[in-house]
Design a protein around this ligand. Structure first.
Ligand SMILES: Cc1ncc(COP(=O)(O)O)c(C=O)c1O
Length: 376
């Protein structure tokens, strides 16, 4: 079961903060930033309150603002898209490949053509490693030829996403369901000192300089209060020491599911050489568009974000066929309470037998693959 209880290491970290008299902007945040930069092989890491804020801070650091156009997948978590709108910018949705659930070079090129035709200037792209599958280099190669800033949203693929020069910055989430689970938190990882500086300024009321001792309280740019708490930073530091083991567990669990489910359902496609840490394990199967699933599907987490009412004005009448295929024909095994890196072989076997029973009998009994409706 996740989150874990009676975790002595996490308890010690939290107590350390409780007794430190410094619950924000303290040594835990600083140490986490150094450790994450080191882990990621990046020059700079700025930790913030959550992944959504990290995306917004990075985009603000790119200079995204009113009326900028920002490419973003039509199928992702809304936390990838809201920051764009919150900055006054316009999301330009990019369809996803229903096999990989990620954007492709072709769909990005298509979105760029659409933007050109309709006179939208594209200033940035948010490329999401959805469900833990790291997006192909060829998407970034295409974007490198465009005069736009690129942000990799690796909230679901921390530890797998390639940090380096393929994006201007990479964003992590420490939300408790994510591979790097520290409660709530996020980070912007970059080699660019200007972006790092902008994020640090943005997370603290747009103030600069921001060293606590010489604080001037002058707001010099846009910003908000998006500091990470020392408690979350301390818990995330513990999680970071376990990240590689957790991802290894999830990769093994994903491979096991794919081997055992092959032939029963259409298992996730992993392009040659790509890494997948299975934040979510999503499959297509017979009858997954069964009306019996209509009720669970009304939970909007299942629907493509481009179709959420908030973003109606940004669809421009387009249909996102790949995103709709994912929403209408696939389903998730496990879910928030059961990230794959927490799941035992015994639970995996239960899921497999439930999928087999469903496949053989038809009606939607037994396994509730989204995990919320079952105790498995
Ligand atoms: C792909 C993606 N982007 C952004 C976010 C936002 O992260 P957070 O929940 O830490 O704000 C999440 C997760 O919630 C996510 O899955």
């Amino acid at each position: 079961m996740w989150p874990p209880s009676n975790d002595a290491e996490v308890e010690a970290a939290l107590l350390r903060v409780a007794n430190s008299n410094q619950w924000v902007e303290g040594p835990e945040t600083e140490a986490l930033e150094a450790e994450l930069a080191d882990y990621s092989g990046a020059k700079h890491t700025a930790a913030v309150a959550n992944g959504t804020m990290a995306i917004q801070a990075a985009l603000a650091g790119f200079g995204i603002g009113r009326n900028s156009g920002v490419l973003v997948p039509a199928y992702t978590f809304t936390g990838s898209v809201l920051p764009i709108v919150n900055l006054g910018a316009n999301p330009i949705f990019v369809d996803v490949d229903p096999d990989t659930f990620n954007v492709t070079r072709t769909s990005v090129a298509q979105a760029l053509r659409f933007a050109e035709q309709f006179g939208f200037e594209v200033s940035a792209a948010v490329i999401v490693d959805l469900f833990g599958l790291v997006v192909d280099d060829d998407v970034f190669e295409l974007l490198a030829d465009e005069p736009i800033a690129v942000l990799e949203d690796a909230c679901q693929a921390v530890g797998a996403a390639k940090v380096g020069n393929r994006a201007d910055a990479t964003v992590y989430s420490f939300n408790h369901t994510k591979p790097l689970a520290g409660g709530e938190g996020g980070a912007v990882v970059t080699d660019n000192p200007d972006i790092d500086l902008a994020v640090r300024r943005w997370r603290r009321f747009g103030e600069y300089p921001f060293d606590t001792a010489g604080r001037t309280y002058e707001t010099v740019g846009t910003g908000t209060n998006a500091k990470i708490s020392e408690f979350a930073a301390a818990a995330t530091r513990v999680a970071l020491t376990r990240l590689d083991d957790h991802n290894a567990h999830a990769r093994r669990a994903g491979a096991y599911l794919s081997e055992r489910l092959d032939g029963l359902v259409s298992t996730p496609k992993i392009p040659e050489g790509a890494d997948h840490v299975f934040h979510k394990y999503r499959v297509y199967g017979k009858g997954f568009d069964d009306p019996a699933l209509a009720a669970p599907r009304t939970r909007w987490v299942e629907r493509p974000v481009a179709y959420h009412s908030m973003f109606d004005a940004y669809r421009y009448g387009n249909e996102y066929i790949g995103a709709l295929a994912v929403a209408n024909h696939s389903w998730c095994l496990g879910s928030e309470p059961y990230p794959l890196w927490t799941v035992t072989d015994e639970v995996l076997d239960l899921w497999i037998s439930d999928v087999a029973a469903y496949h053989n009998t038809g009606p939607w009994y037994g396994f509730a693959p989204n995990g919320m409706e079952t105790n498995r």
